[in-house]
Design a protein around this ligand. Sequence first.
Ligand SMILES: [Fe+2]
Ligand SMILES: [Fe+2]
Length: 292
Amino acid sequence: MVLNAADIAGTSSLRSDISHLLQELPALPTVSTRLLSMMGRADVDLRSVSALIASDGALAGEVLSIANSSLFGLRSEVRSIVQAIAYLGIEKTKSLAWTVAIKNYLGNALQIPTLQRTWRHSLAVALLAEELAHWTQADGAEAYTAGILHDLGALGLIAMSPPRYRQLLEEAAAAPASILDLERKHFGLDHCEAGEFLAAAWNLPSFTGEVMRLHHAPLEQPAFTPLGLIHFASRGADLLGFSVVNRPVEPGSPNALEEFHDQLPPRRKERVVFNLADLELLIATRVNAIES
Ligand SMILES: [Fe+2]
Ligand SMILES: [Fe+2]
């Protein structure tokens, strides 16, 4: 069951933490929430979408800059949001608009290297989830959106207090403590709880709320669902060097990407050539294309 904001606010054990969050969390820019609800409709009106993106100068500028990055390999420079949507298609534009909106949400906190790791992890999970979705012929854009949003709760806690979250990550790097336990100690709730609350409060698609709430729990549903993809992509990103905590992967820990590959139907498994070093290079190149 996915709780809505009212249900969550009514849960007594979380009530004080949630009201605390409500007061301290910076709001997501209105243009981003309107964009998501507009793009969630089956009959997306491209003119309205481009007008909305263009109405926010900073958002429009970053969307154009990423659209022109090496990530998309466009032959000629796009100079307007209308052109960008025409070249990239609605789904890519939507992923891209979300990437920019979430990055901007973090603002100056991104200047702190420890916190930048959280952002790069989200980006790597989004790109890896998109890749894993291609392995299974699932919806890559939906997987990307789930990936970019899966740790939104952590980004919210960072936006609330960058120094407190930095201290938490430094503690996590120094000792093998669970990041969820450290978040509860420092903030009174963990990023899964915070993320689910934000998904409800900001009217994000219901599957993103489930992804935020359950991505660290043992997987109890098929691997080829949005939650399954993010579960494996988040663990896979750690394996590829994009972990939130600056801590080496423990030797002998299970290889999430091999586990995922093993679950592919036999015919897909034959077709998907999987090599860890190649995948690492692919994701690092894409992360850097967006970051540069
Ligand atoms: Fe997480
Ligand atoms: Fe994650």
